[in-house]
Ligand binder design. Structure first.
Ligand code: NAP
Length: 238
């Protein structure tokens, strides 16, 4: 263990289901983890390794300020995990412009804001960027046009990052989870969950830890993987 000792990772949405699990995996490797959360706290037990900023990632001025502060305090940023995300589901007929804008702004522009603020530092340290996309970004989904577009956008962003920065030894990959048991999916109606389960060949939902282990693999061991989208969905047919 301790393979990330001395490294600094920023994880957005570290208070959520998947973000919390990613944070835990990194802390086990003795990485310093900085959570950029909206309102909730992740309440870490790893004193001296986990720190938190309350930042709305859609606010680029706030993001820039917080990242500057991280660099001043911790001296570096090596890893960026763009994990924060929201859903505001509706059929296109009914989808409001607010529902469209807020999902695109958080899931896609928020990730871009984080990349803009950290990229020089990540290039300097030959670091890694992971963007948490979704199978919905690859396949589309009824009632999720805003979310699907934001997650497909993250894939384009990831592939462009890989092309622009690969020669600088910076890797960028996307992860596309299927249905993972977190507060985001907990709020879905039972009939939607039942229908989702039927489409998964493993007949169970994924756990945040399973996604977090993949994140850790891509950061630590996937040293020749760049610009890829790794699907983790238990064999799901949308
Ligand atoms: P979650 O439990 O709802 O957590 C979402 C996190 O994002 C929370 O920490 C939340 O902070 C943060 N967040 C939301 N808006 C933010 C903003 N404007 N600024 C900063 N932070 C913000 O969701 P999850 O299921 O763990 O999802 C994590 C990621 O995986 C998301 O990008 C999601 O789209 C993706 N994903 C999830 C699934 C799934 O089945 N769960 C499947 C595919 C992809 P607060 O709690 O403070 O609001």
């Amino acid at each position: 263990m301790g393979r990330l000792k001395g490294k600094v990772a920023i994880v957005t949405g570290a208070s959520g289901g998947i973000g919390r699990a990613i944070t835990r995996e990194f802390l086990e490797e003795e990485c310093v983890v900085i959570g950029f959360n909206y309102v909730s706290s992740a309440e870490s037990t790893h004193e001296g390794l986990y720190y938190e900023y309350v930042v709305d990632i859609t606010d680029r001025v706030a993001v820039e300020g917080a990242v500057k502060d991280v660099i001043n305090k911790f001296g570096r940023v090596d890893i960026l995990i763009n994990n924060a995300g929201i859903t505001k589901d509706n059929l296109i007929y009914r989808m409001s412009y607010e529902e469209w804008d807020s999902v695109i702004n958080t899931n896609l522009t928020g990730a871009f804001n984080m990349i803009k603020a950290t990229i020089r530092e990540i290039v300097k340290n030959e670091g890694v960027i992971i963007n948490i996309s979704s199978v919905v970004g690859l396949e589309g989904n009824i009632g999720q046009a805003n979310y699907a577009a934001s997650k497909a956008g993250l894939i384009g962003l990831t592939k462009s990052l890989a092309k622009e920065f690969g020669r600088k030894n910076v890797r960028a990959n996307a992860i596309a989870p299927g249905f993972i048991e977190t507060p985001m999916t907990e709020k879905l109606p039972e009939d939607i969950k039942k229908a989702a389960l039927e489409k998964i060949s493993m007949k169970r939902f994924g756990k945040p830890e399973e996604v977090a282990k993949l994140v850790k693999f891509l950061v630590l061991d996937g040293t020749y993987i760049n610009g890829q989208v790794i699907v983790i969905d238990g064999g799901m047919e949308l």
